[in-house]
Design a protein around this ligand. Structure first.
Ligand code: ATP
Ligand code: MG
Length: 570
């Protein structure tokens, strides 16, 4: 492609609307333009990067035995009513009526549509397993679309759905997708981790999220420095604490703590550490109050709490709710003598002689011990893991890092097939619901994540496999006929060898050509200027590390072709 002809509007300044690097650079590099909140037009340069990701995804899905199809974007509400999601999905599902007053929605995901297809078309175990996928525009009316392609309302997703005869076979399909995802993100040239994710309250299911490691990630993940353990904070299981210290239980006493409501204030006043205190936090779980006990320096992990209680929603109670449900002002609440349900973190069970609220304004209790002084309904892992905890898998050192979720594999079980009566006849003659899995990749988010992970102060640094162009030729003197002819010839030979090349044939100063080339992040920049006129050599500069060398123009195409091939695994 010739730079003089491509629609590639670069910007010199950082657009004010963009908060994160990838968003800024995508706007500056003429990648895309915003139409309206969370909705973007992909310009040729951006689309080329998107197509690169699509191609890798498609090749690996096909290799794993999945078949591509295309499902409609407009979906009838009836299907969503069958699974109960028309009510449950919330306002992210954009609903509308057509001219015949039929309720419809724009697909945020396609479980209903694919299950409907399969229940109509597949009837026998002989036709299973089957895995069907598409790469298509999704619409989710996100409450806060932001960060450009990272969280759009309209975005591209690859979604695949597997159908199997049994749980065991569904796990085989799941494994295949898991391996395909590893290949996909490796081929994209990205640093990533597959983490165990919370799979909510759907019974019998499990899932992994694929995270691209980048500082601006919205999710915190915990990874082991020693083994390959990695998990979402919501899922990271804390190792059960060792047995209680061999310390005698002391006599419980009530102490005055005037005006001391916060953990730090109580600790300072009583000259103890937060680890010597147990917090009593009231949560409202699906409308009912529950008191949660954790050590003073710990945080409750709400997803773990939700899963323990088997509820859809938990929220920390405000002062009024605390008072209304316990009769105690916030700050002085304790487990002794309250009537609401109490659950405790594992750690509380092995603590000795700790401090809790006395359920009376301005008072706390010292030397309190669980089971002797109060009882709870359940003891479970309810707290957030910390970097000081040992690895749940190997006892090694943990580390917290930020990640961007680019993919998600999910074993669904029979949730959708049962709700929609999608059944097949098994080899034993019995009718059974399909056992399903679903597998998503945010194609457009992958490109954003790649830029978050690969950039410098001058612009994008595309991993070679995702670069819209692999090489850019800078003609540094348009007026010099020999240089211009050499640039044209080189452009031709590179293309003949399959090197995707942009020829900067604009009538611009060299300085601004260098700037644009850096901004665009094209892996190899070839400069044809004075050195060519003198000695027939051109300069080749690698975007990633600035490594520059002089190469004879005749040898360049072959050398470059080999370098690029080495960076693209097939
Ligand atoms: P998130 O927690 O980030 O909202 P999700 O759990 O809703 O993601 P899935 O339903 O699993 O996402 O969708 C599959 C993939 O689609 C995600 O892993 C992500 O890469 C991508 N994705 C989801 N929502 C968006 C969005 N609003 N914009 C861009 N990509 C998205
Ligand atoms: Mg979401």
């Amino acid at each position: 492609m010739r730079y003089s002809q491509i629609l590639l509007p670069t910007l010199k300044e950082n657009p004010a609307e963009a908060e994160v690097v990838s968003h800024r650079l995508m706007l500056r590099a003429g990648f895309m333009r915003k139409l309206t909140s969370g909705i973007y037009t992909y310009l040729p340069f951006g689309l080329a990067a998107i197509r690169k990701v699509e191609r890798i995804v498609r090749e690996e899905m096909n290799r794993a035995g999945a078949q591509e199809l295309a499902l409609p974007m407009v979906q009838p509400a009836d299907l969503w009513i069958e699974t109960g999601r028309y009510e449950k999905y919330g306002p992210e599902l954009l609903r509308f009526k057509d001219r015949h007053n039929r309720e419809s929605c724009l697909g945020p995901t396609h479980e209903e549509v694919i299950t409907d297809l399969v229940r109509r078309e597949i009837h026998s175990y002989r036709d299973l397993p089957v895995n069907l996928y598409q790469i298509q525009t999704k619409f989710r009316d996100e409450i806060r679309p932001r960060f450009g392609l990272m969280r759009g309302r309209e975005f591209l997703m690859k979604d695949a759905y597997s159908f199997d005869v049994s749980d065991e076979m569904a796990e085989v399909s799941y494994r295949k997708m898991y391996e395909a995802y590893k290949r996909i993100f490796t081929r994209c040239g990205l640093e990533f981790r597959a983490v165990e994710a919370d799979s909510g309250t759907i019974g019998g299911s499990f899932s992994h999220e694929f995270m691209v490691l980048a500082k601006t990630g919205e999710d915190t993940i915990v990874v082991c420095k020693n083994c390959d353990y990695a998990a979402n904070m919501e899922k990271a299981a804390v190792r059960p604490p060792s047995a209680p210290a061999a310390v005698d239980m002391l006599e419980m006493t009530k102490v005055e703590t005037p005006g001391k409501r916060k953990v730090e204030a109580v600790c300072e006043f009583l000259n103890i550490e937060p680890a010597d205190l147990v917090k009593t936090l009231v949560y409202i779980a699906d409308g009912l109050p529950v008191a949660v006990l954790v050590r003073g320096d710990r945080d409750v992990q709400e997803v773990k709490l939700k899963n323990l209680l088997g509820v859809a929603d938990v929220a920390l109670a405000d002062d009024k709710q605390v008072f209304d449900t316990t009769g105690v002002p916030t700050g002085y609440l304790g487990p002794r003598g309250i009537t609401i349900k109490i659950v405790a973190d594992l750690e509380v069970a092995v603590m000795r002689n700790f401090v809790v609220g006395a359920n009376e304004k301005n008072f706390h209790l010292k030397n309190v011990n669980m089971d002797r002084d109060f009882t709870v309904e359940a003891v479970a892992d309810l707290r957030q893991i910390t970097p000081d905890d040992p690895c749940p898998s190997c006892n090694g050192r943990l580390e917290l890092t930020e990640g961007i979720e680019v993919g998600h594999v999910f074993k669904l079980g029979t949730k959708y097939s049962e709700a929609m009566q999608a059944v097949f006849q098994d080899s034993d003659g019995l009718e059974k619901p399909f056992v399903m899995g679903c597998y998503g990749i945010g194609i457009t988010r992958v490109v954003a994540a790649a830029i978050e992970q690969n950039h410098d102060q001058n612009g994008i640094v595309f991993p070679v496999p995702l670069a819209p162009f692999q090489a850019i030729i800078l003609n540094l003197d348009l007026k010099d006929a020999a240089i211009s002819r050499a640039a044209e010839d080189l452009y031709q030979s590179l293309q003949d060898l399959g090197v995707e090349t942009l020829l900067d044939d604009r009538d611009e100063r060299p300085g601004s050509k260098f700037k644009d080339a850096d901004l665009l992040g094209i892996p190899f920049r070839i400069m044809i200027g004075k050195r060519f006129s003198k000695d027939g050599v051109v300069e080749v500069r690698r975007r990633r590390d600035g490594f520059t060398e002089e190469v004879s123009i005749d040898h360049l195409p072959g050398i470059l072709q080999a370098r690029i091939a080495a960076e693209i695994s097939g």
